[in-house]
Design a protein around this ligand. Structure first.
Ligand SMILES: [Zn+2]
Length: 375
């Protein structure tokens, strides 16, 4: 009965090889041999399996050594598996169709009416996707998401909206729904420069403020943190959520999302009111972060969306109020910086979450096929 174990191992190794190529891009057989800890002939056999199934191809790639002889590269065939990712924002809907290996095969964007409900946005997504054949589909939405339901979104004005059901009835297929901040956090970890950060927080500035939390490359279950509704000034400004003194209300995030550039430029040019606004916002953000850092103990915090510009203009204020609100032990190794992928982060990460599920499905399918071969 040695054969099933051998087949099982081969199936596992095949998944590992494909996963590696998807995440790290084209590599030589020698690099794969070293990275996966397998011998050359095993890598050769796996590569020919995957090349036969149409998932990978071998091409003449980069020159190696002084002689400049080009080496053969193993790479994913993007069209072999594709994920559609859409990002829903106030006033616009964006689409990326991403192929195996992370190649973006198509990008598109359409305006949507501010205040549009889930059904209308789903219809727009169906039209945008048109007749694209994809292996998985995922939507990133700003706010608090639970399964396919958008529990709360300040930006879209949705509460308890079953957007997964809206998308399914508009497109006739199943969709995953995630929050924008979690998607962007996964994007920064997998395709940005935060790879290897064990405990990563990504803060997203849209019409509201949310945070995504990724531990060892995976989103924490129910990980979206409602950063914007941390109360930093009890009895202060009335917030859209019904509470008073939320960091969103104190900072005026709804306005900031439209005016961040002019405000930070004016502050840099010495406009007193703008400088004061940026400094106070940085302080409130630092206070809210204090609560989040105390609860999650991250290694790194990335500022994305318009928080990127705010952080660049108010880093000292953010840091000093964070220091007043956290224990020194929690910030001894904490790094604060801006996100690398910028506006592409949410769609990039949403597609990666889709691929994670897709890879798992492929692995199970291969297993089932092996089982039936053995019968
Ligand atoms: Zn609030």
């Amino acid at each position: 009965m040695a054969r099933p174990a051998t087949e099982e191992l081969r199936r596992r190794n095949r998944s590992a090889l494909l996963d590696r190529l998807h995440r790290r891009g084209p590599q030589t057989r020698a690099e794969l041999t070293e990275a996966l800890g397998l011998n050359r002939s095993t890598i050769g056999a796996l590569a020919s399996d995957l090349s036969e199934s149409g998932h990978i191809q071998e091409t003449t790639g980069r020159p190696t050594g002084a002689a400049g002889r080009p080496s053969t590269l193993v790479e994913c065939v993007p069209e072999a598996a594709t994920v559609a990712a859409v990002e829903v924002r106030w006033k616009r809907l964006r689409l990326a169709v991403v192929g195996l290996g992370g190649t973006v095969l198509r990008r598109d964007e359409v305006p949507i009416a501010p205040g549009a409900d889930g059904a209308a946005v789903a219809k727009a997504a169906a039209a945008l996707l048109a007749d694209a054949e994809v292996s998985d589909a995922i939507a990133a939405v700003p706010g608090l998401v639970d399964g396919g339901t958008v529990a709360q979104s300040s930006e879209l004005g949705w509460a308890d909206r079953d957007f997964g059901a809206d998308l399914e009835s508009a497109t006739g297929r199943v969709w995953r729904v995630v929050d924008v901040a979690t998607a962007a956090a996964v994007g920064e970890w997998s395709r940005g420069d935060a790879h290897g950060v064990a405990n990563l927080l990504y803060l997203h500035g849209g019409h509201g403020l949310t945070a995504g939390w990724v531990v060892d490359g995976r989103p924490r279950r129910g990980s979206s943190i409602m950063l914007g509704h941390i109360v930093v000034n009890p009895g202060g400004q009335r917030c859209r959520c019904g509470l008073s003194g939320c960091v969103e209300a104190e900072m005026g995030t709804f306005d900031f999302s439209e005016t961040i550039d002019e405000t930070t430029i004016a502050a840099r040019l010495g406009d007193t009111a703008a400088r004061e606004m940026v400094r106070r916002s940085g302080e409130f953000l630092g206070l809210a972060l204090g609560a989040v850092v105390t609860a999650t103990n991250p290694d790194e915090i990335l500022f994305g969306g318009w928080l990127r510009e705010l952080y660049l203009s108010s880093a000292a204020a953010v840091r000093s109020s964070l220091a007043e609100a956290t224990l020194p032990q929690l910030r001894a190794r904490l790094r604060l910086r801006t996100a690398a992928l910028g506006a592409q982060g949410p769609l990039t990460g949403a597609a990666e979450i889709g691929f994670e599920a897709l890879m798992e499905r492929m692995r199970l399918m291969w297993l089932a096929r092996q089982d039936s071969n053995l019968e």
